[in-house]
Design a protein around this ligand. Structure first.
Ligand code: CS2
Length: 461
C-alpha cells in the first residue's frame, strides 16, 4: 500500500494531518526546485497557513531537471510525510500543500502555463546556489545562463512577458537559497533577460524580497523510507527527514497578497540582512568548515565531525570569534547564544547528515560563507586563523584529498591544481586578478599561512 488520498484514512493516529478541504484550494504558488528542502520548509509553512484557514495557496512544484520527485509524489496525490527527528525520537506529519509536480524539460508549456495563471501570485525557489549562475566574484554570468538554457531566469522572464501580454497581475518571486541578498540576485537575473515595456513593468511592479531560510534537511536515505513505511503502515517514496528546528525570515516587500506563513512562525521583517548574514556566516560557514575538515579527518557525518575535539575547536572559533566579529548584529541579536544553538543542532545524532552533501558546490558557497567575512575582518583588524584553516581544508579537498569533488567549477579547479603548487593555487584563486579576488584578496601573510596549511595539513588553532 502507498500513501495517497485513497489510503490516507488508514494512517495511524500518531501521524499528524491537518485535513483541510484540499480539493477546494486553488493554486497560488509555483515552486521552482521541489527538492527535500522545499518539502520540509516552505511547504510546511504553507500547510500551516492553509490548516489555519488561509485559502488558495496550493503549491505546484517544478523540477528543473529530474523526474524523480514527480515519480515520488504524483502517485501519492502530492502527499508526503515530514519526519522530524532528534534524540527524543521521531514525529511524523503528512503535508497536504503540494498538489502537482511538473518536470520542466518534459513539459515546459505546463510550467509556463502555471507561471502565467492569474491565480498564481507567488513563486518560491530552492534551486541551490549554482542555479543562479553567478560569477565567482559576484554578478550574473550571462554566458553561463545562455549556455545552460532552461534556467530559472528563462522561465521567470517568460512569465513576466506572458503576464504582461495577458494583463495578468505581477508576482512576488521569493528566493529561498543560501546567498547574500538572494532577492536582489534573482531580480538582477530575471531583469537581464527582459527589455522594453515588460522590463519596465517588472522593475516597477514585481517584488523579489530577500529571505533567510533555515532547516537542516539531509538527503532522504533508503533506510529512512523503510523506517517511515514501518511507522505509517504504507510506503511513502516522497518522505523527507529533518530536525525539529525551522526558521524563515522574509523581507516584507510583496507585490501581491501573501500566505499567512507567520502562523507557522515565519517572520516578516523590514530588513533580513542581519539574519541572513548571521545564518550564512555562522551556520553555513561552520557547516562548510565541518565538511572539509571533517572529511579530511576521516568522518562521514556532521554529528561525528562536531564531536571531534580538533575539528570542533576550529569550527567554534570560526563561529564565535571570526564570523560573529564580521557581523553587524541587530539590536537583541545574541550571536553567542546563536552559536550555542547551532552546535547543539549539529550534534543531533538522529540526523545522518553527510559531510559530502555539504562539501558539494564549494565554489558557490565559500563567497557568502567565508570570503565576505575575511574581507570585513581584515578591515576590522580581526585575526582569522580558523576561517583560513577552513579555506585550506577546501583547497585540500579540491586536490582530491577528501573524497570526490562535486562542483560546477570542478574541472577548472582541478586543472588549476594540476598546474600549480599550493602557493600558486592560492595566488590563482585569491591573488590579484584571481578567480575569487573580487570577494577576498589574500595579503602576503594570509597567502603564506594558507599555503602552509594546505601543504602541511590544517593546524589545530
Ligand atoms: C548546508 C545547508 O548543504 C549545505 O551547504 O550548509 O544546506 C544547510 O543545511 C541549510 O542551509 C540549513 O538551513
Amino acid at each position: 500500500m502507498r500513501l495517497s488520498e485513497a489510503t490516507r484514512g488508514a494512517l495511524p493516529a500518531a501521524v499528524a494531518q491537518a485535513g483541510y478541504a484540499r480539493a477546494e484550494q486553488a493554486g497560488g504558488i509555483v515552486h521552482l526546485g521541489i527538492g527535500a528542502f522545499h518539502r520540509a520548509h516552505q511547504a510546511v509553512y504553507t500547510d500551516d497557513a492553509m490548516a489555519a484557514g488561509d485559502r488558495n495557496w496550493a503549491i505546484t512544484g517544478v523540477s528543473l531537471r529530474s523526474p524523480q520527485v514527480q515519480e515520488q509524489l504524483a502517485p501519492q496525490d502530492g502527499l508526503y510525510t515530514v519526519a522530524t527527528r532528534d534524540a527524543d525520537g521521531e514525529r511524523l506529519r503528512v503535508i497536504e500543500a503540494v498538489r502537482a509536480v511538473l518536470v520542466a524539460p518534459h513539459d515546459p508549456a505546463a510550467v509556463a502555463a502555471a507561471l502565467a495563471a492569474p491565480a498564481t501570485r507567488i513563486v518560491t525557489l530552492t534551486v541551490t546556489e549554482k542555479g543562479y549562475h553567478r560569477l565567482p566574484g559576484g554578478g550574473i554570468d550571462g554566458a553561463s545562463v545562455e549556455r545552460a538554457g532552461g534556467t530559472i531566469y528563462h522561465y521567470l522572464a517568460q512569465a513576466v512577458r506572458d503576464r504582461h501580454a495577458a494583463g495578468a497581475g505581477p508576482m512576488t518571486l521569493v528566493s529561498c537559497d543560501n546567498m547574500t541578498d538572494n532577492g536582489h540576485v534573482l531580480h538582477e537575473g530575471v531583469g537581464s533577460l527582459l527589455d522594453g515595456a515588460a522590463a519596465a513593468w517588472f522593475a516597477r511592479d514585481w517584488a523579489c524580497p530577500s529571505t533567510m531560510v533555515d532547516r537542516i534537511v539531509p538527503a532522504t536515505a533508503p533506510d529512512d523510507l523503510d523506517r517511515i513505511a514501518r511507522h505509517i503502515g504504507m510506503r511513502d517514496d516522497g518522505a523527507v527527514v529533518t530536525e525539529p528546528f525551522r526558521q524563515w525570515v522574509i523581507e516584507d516587500r510583496f507585490a501581491t497578497d501573501r500566505p499567512r506563513w507567520d502562523v507557522g512562525g515565519a517572520q516578516f521583517v523590514a530588513d533580513v540582512r542581519p539574519y541572513e548574514t548571521a545564518k550564512l556566516r555562522m551556520l553555513n560557514g561552520a557547516h562548510s568548515a565541518l565538511a572539509y575538515l571533517g572529511l579530511g579527518a576521516g568522518h562521514e557525518f556532521v554529528h561525528q565531525a562536531v564531536a571531534d575535539p580538533a575539528v570542533r575547536q576550529v569550527v567554534e572559533r570560526l563561529m564565535r570569534r571570526e564570523a560573529a566579529a564580521s557581523l553587524d548584529a541587530a539590536p537583541g541579536q545574541d550571536l553567542d547564544g546563536y552559536a550555542d544553538a547551532l552546535l547543539a543542532r549539529f550534534a543531533n545524532p538522529a540526523l545522518a547528515h553527510r559531510l559530502a552533501q555539504i562539501a558539494s558546490d564549494g565554489s558557490q558557497k565559500v563567497g557568502p560563507r567565508w570570503l565576505e567575512a575575511l574581507t570585513i575582518n581584515r578591515a576590522r583588524g580581526v585575526e582569522t586563523p580558523a576561517t583560513l584553516a577552513a579555506l585550506a581544508g577546501w583547497l585540500r579537498h579540491l586536490r582530491g584529498q577528501a573524497g570526490p569533488v562535486n562542483d560546477p567549477m570542478g574541472d577548472e579547479l582541478a586543472a588549476l591544481w594540476r598546474d600549480h603548487d599550493a602557493r600558486g593555487m592560492v595566488a590563482a584563486l585569491f591573488g590579484a586578478g584571481g578567480r575569487f579576488a573580487a570577494r577576498w584578496q589574500a595579503d602576503d601573510g594570509a597567502a603564506d599561512a594558507l599555503a602552509a596549511m594546505v601543504e602541511n595539513g590544517v593546524e589545530r588553532n
